[in-house]
Design a protein around this ligand. Structure first.
Ligand SMILES: NC(=O)c1ccc[n+]([C@@H]2O[C@H](COP(=O)([O-])OP(=O)(O)OC[C@H]3O[C@@H](n4cnc5c(N)ncnc54)[C@H](OP(=O)(O)O)[C@@H]3O)[C@@H](O)[C@H]2O)c1
Length: 334
């Protein structure tokens, strides 16, 4: 088997040298374990945080350990009666061709939808969007919704949930192609390229597209988009804080200190700003699948996947994701 391990910790933006490909013996299952041969591995922004040696909501990856991550694949050996050879499953396999996992931490996936959907639209990212919209966003017909990273698996699902509830949806995305994808495929009413705007002109464009103000700012990135959107929030607006990818490799301290404006807007607009880590919501996963699996299977919920071929490409595809090089859910086919 082959696996990517964390070779060194990044200083700021990660580089290819932070990862090392190693060969190892294919593991044997212990009692209660299964061995999975992976077909697809997920790449997600949270992996950047696991490369740092800091206390967070989840432990860091130790130097020399396999990079953390979710995969889908087939069971090739089982010592758990719930699984047999050939079963299609998903679990935290890490960046590897094979993984020995406790049966308790693995689940079967439906053969009725492509297996990659378990990593994106019907997996952790889609579920994050759904949970955040249900528990914090609380969309109401006629309101206006804004998100950045709008064509990714989280932003595109959050926006489609908003659209199904009758909201006006506005995208911020990187580049003209992603803006087209946002409006043509994900049904956004308007889309703006954050790379083509500074804070002031992005705010102006968003204000024109949201004549009644913004009720839900779905916080996926932080940085310039937050700065542009905050003054447009309506009284009693909601900001589910899901990700701050603009700051994952360091905060740009050359700009203005945003804390006074965030604090003042929170007070004056009576905003509800609440963080969400999906770990706290797994008890709702079954409800999410019951609600969303059929609309996805029927093609009523759009999703786009960006599939890179080959385990050897994992680090490069991951660095690309961090800088917006992916279009849709980032996945590597093994
Ligand atoms: N809280 C949780 O439990 C949880 C769970 C899952 C994901 N998340 C977070 O949700 C966010 C979206 O995740 P995802 O999986 O859907 O990722 P994604 O959209 O597939 O990929 C990340 C995207 O972020 C955008 N981006 C990167 N740097 C940016 C910047 N400086 N300014 C604006 N946009 C930037 C890029 O899109 P553009 O090219 O369009 O700018 C990039 O494609 C991430 O912040 C992630 O960490 C949180």
């Amino acid at each position: 088997m082959e696996k990517w391990v964390l070779a060194s910790r990044p200083e700021g933006t990660p580089v290819l040298e932070n990862f090392r490909l190693e060969e190892a013996a294919t593991p044997e299952p212990q009692d209660g374990e299964i061995v999975v041969a992976t077909d697809f591995l997920s790449l997600d922004p949270y992996m950047r945080g696991r490369m740092d040696d800091v206390k967070s909501y989840a432990p860091s990856v130790n130097l020399g350990d396999v990079m953390t991550g979710q995969g889908v694949g087939n069971v090739v050996a089982s010592r758990d009666p719930k699984f047999k050879e050939g079963d299609l499953v998903t679990g935290m396999t890490g960046w590897a061709t094979h993984a020995a996992l406790s049966g308790a931490e693995v689940r079967h996936i439906s053969p009725e939808v492509p297996p990659t959907t378990a990593l994106g639209v019907l997996g952790m990212p889609g579920f994050t969007a759904w949970a955040a919209m249900h528990t914090i966003g609380e969309p109401k017909e006629g309101e206006t919704f804004v998100t950045a990273a709008a064509t990714g698996p989280v932003g595109s699902m959050a926006a489609q949930i908003a659209k199904r509830k009758g909201l006006r949806t506005i995208a911020v995305a990187g580049g003209a192609n992603k803006c087209d994808l946002a409006t043509n495929t994900f049904g956004f009413d308007a889309a703006f390229d954050h790379r083509a705007h500074d804070v002031k002109s992005l705010r102006g464009a968003l204000a024109d597209a949201a004549p009644n103000g913004v009720d839900i700012y779905f916080e996926n990135v932080g940085g310039k988009v937050l700065h542009a959107t905050l003054p447009l929030m309506n009284v009693a607006g909601r900001i589910p804080v899901i990700g701050t990818i603009a700051w994952y490799s360091g905060v740009d301290t050359s700009g203005p200190d945003m804390l006074p404006s965030v604090w003042r807007a929170t007070l004056v607009k009576r905003l509800r700003i609440q963080g969400l880590i999906i770990f706290d919501h797994w008890h709702l996963f079954r409800q999410f699948i019951e609600e969303m699996a059929e609309p996805v299977a029927r093609g009523e919920v759009a999703y786009v996947e960006d599939i890179t071929q080959g385990l050897d490409q994992m680090p490069a595809a991951f660095l690309s994701l961090l800088s917006g090089g992916n279009t849709g859910k980032a996945i590597v086919a093994i």
